[in-house]
Design a protein around this ligand. Sequence first.
Ligand code: PLZ
Length: 448
Amino acid sequence: MTAVPQQRLLRTEIPGPQSVARHRRKTTAVSAGVGVGLPVYITRAGGGILVDVDGNHLIDFGSGIAVTTVGNAAPRVVSAVTRQVADFTHTCFMVTPYDGYVEVCEKLNALTPGDHEKRSALFNSGAEAVENAVKIARHATGRPAVITFDHAYHGRTNLTMALTAKARPYKDGFGPFAGEIYRAPMAYPLRWPGGSEACAQQAFDAFVDTVHTQVGEARTAAVVIEPIQGEGGFIVPPPGWLRRVADWCRQHGILLIADEIQTGFCRTGDWFAAEHEQVVPDLVTTAKGIAGGLPLAAVTGRADLMDAVGTGGLGGTYGGNPVSCAAALAAIEIMIEENLCGRAREIERLFLARLHDLASRYDVIGDVRGRGAMLAVELVTGAGDLTPNPALTAAVNARCHRAGLVTLTCGTYGNVFRFLPPLTAPDALLTEGLDIFESALDAARADH
Ligand code: PLZ
């Protein structure tokens, strides 16, 4: 099949008539609980372009929520998967093993922060990886409690819902939740009561106080943290905060679990975001970008912890499926050979120059933040008022969608635009997407 040209092309309005018809059908077949951000139905994709049933070519600034880091349907991933699927589709690694699983674990052990001895275990989804990291931490420490943060997102299963902060839509009506989960304040510079200067120290003190007074250090198995928070609003903690949390955890025998599901695999300009702070987590969870679009997730960590679990204590029918493993090995090869960490840093420069310029002209941009190709703007009331502006955010988002740019929002207050382009997208496509974003902001601002 010929490659999809890396250009936007609109043949109909968005969504087009074919997509509208499909979406009516969706509502009679698919649970209303499964929402859709932009109801255009996709038939094909390549690199940073999604092609819909009406023949429109849309620019992808979401990568399917930070998954298609190496580009959609990356040719090397497609051929690795095609080869593997013809050889064998499944055995269940726990029944009769195969090389791909072991090779992915070796790569994870080598690429994750720290040069200590490590082991990995493979799963299907991010939430499953986080659940297993908590199981491992509790088993290895013999302690029950787990600390999470305001604005955290770790998944939609029972245990990970308890770790996730935002009530609607993630938790409302779905309780009771798993026990022994405690929440500490997050170092959110823009919204820290004492201001961003005070944030690193005061947020660290508040975290220590929460653990000390509400939980007890000796009862605490692990602290679970996204080095840059994802769904909660692309919140980048101030320099030094993560380091301090990590050092304090070590002093108290508390394990640090870095949830790198959204930040991992070159997304932030390093293989993993914890590296930016020279933090070596005890356990790391990965998913999303790891396998070029196929479902795969992992827990990687200190060998002594990972091996503390009794045989049969970890696993699952599909975890580390051979097709997903083949995709991951191909995706990792692309990341290394095409230096996608370096490319993420180039994307950061390109985006930040534009976004800071926009922020200087539009006072509704309360903050520009992020690292690598994980970047965001937070929209506020403006004129010095930092009140979140979800209505403007929704209006800009709708305008981007109508112009053929797939954008995603996030944030506890629904007022953050996040940019997660594939790292292989050419500059021209990224610039065109930013032009669309600027026009959408300008027009929506005039309406609000
Ligand atoms: N941890 C840091 O970002 C998934 C979820 C979107 P799964 N984020 C996108 C939604 O509305 O469901 C995520 C994450 C972090 C864990 C997860 C969970 O990963 O593969 O979606 O289970």
